[in-house]
Design a protein around this ligand. Structure first.
Ligand code: IMP
Length: 191
């Protein structure tokens, strides 16, 4: 089955390629000839995921999915959440987002957090949603060079090091994205 993945994020494409079953051919936006930047204007992961998938479905008429993810920090009432990609500003670097988050938690004992991914699949014009959560906590300092975004400060429950210190296969054991994609795969393979 051919599926267009509505993202331009190379890290996400790499992760999702490592997760999908051979039964699926993943087509990126670039490969589908869709060059435009797709907005994420809403205040929930679900609404943004649906928006991105809908734009791509309207342009391509093909089955497609998108995912929207965020880091939800307990002590910050769930922030940065849906705004994770622009927490320190729309053009800020990952290091700037991380520094802002570490600064916000300087006095905080409670460092619990979770990553959450919502996938919106549009299959034959109809949306279906899947969710994956990875619970963990925010480290006091950065470590590791792998991955992207907040990986250098997020330690998943059950691990003793952060995502940025893990090979992709190890991150996939814990990751929110892997959990959401497991559900997507199960759904598609059962049809
Ligand atoms: P979006 O889903 O493209 O809106 O991205 C949300 C933001 O959340 C990303 O830009 C990253 O900063 C962060 N994020 C999402 N998933 C991950 C992950 O697996 N590791 C680290 N950061 C992530």
């Amino acid at each position: 089955m051919k599926l267009i993945f509505a993202t331009n994020n190379e890290h996400k494409i790499q992760e999702v390629r490592s997760l999908l079953h051979d039964a699926f051919t993943l087509v990126t936006l670039k490969e589908a000839g869709i060059m435009q930047d797709i907005p994420e204007p809403h205040d929930t992961l679900q609404a943004n995921a649906l928006e991105k998938a809908t734009v791509v479905f309207n342009l391509s008429g093909e089955n497609c999915f998108s995912e929207d993810s965020g880091l939800e920090v307990d002590a910050l009432g769930g922030a940065p959440g849906v705004y994770s990609a622009r927490y320190a500003g729309v053009n800020a670097t990952a290091a700037q987002h991380i520094n802002k988050l570490l600064a916000a938690l300087t006095q905080e004992q409670n460092r619990a957090a979770q990553f959450r991914t919502v996938i919106a699949l549009i299959e034959n014009g109809q949306p279906v949603f899947f969710e994956g959560i990875c619970k963990g906590y925010i480290a006091k300092t950065i470590s590791g060079h792998r991955g992207f975004g907040y990986d250098p400060i997020f330690i998943p429950d059950g691990a003793d090091r952060c995502f940025a210190e893990m090979e992709l296969a190890e991150k996939n054991k814990y990751s929110h994205r892997r959990k959401a994609f497991d559900q997507l795969k199960t759904y598609l393979l059962s049809r």
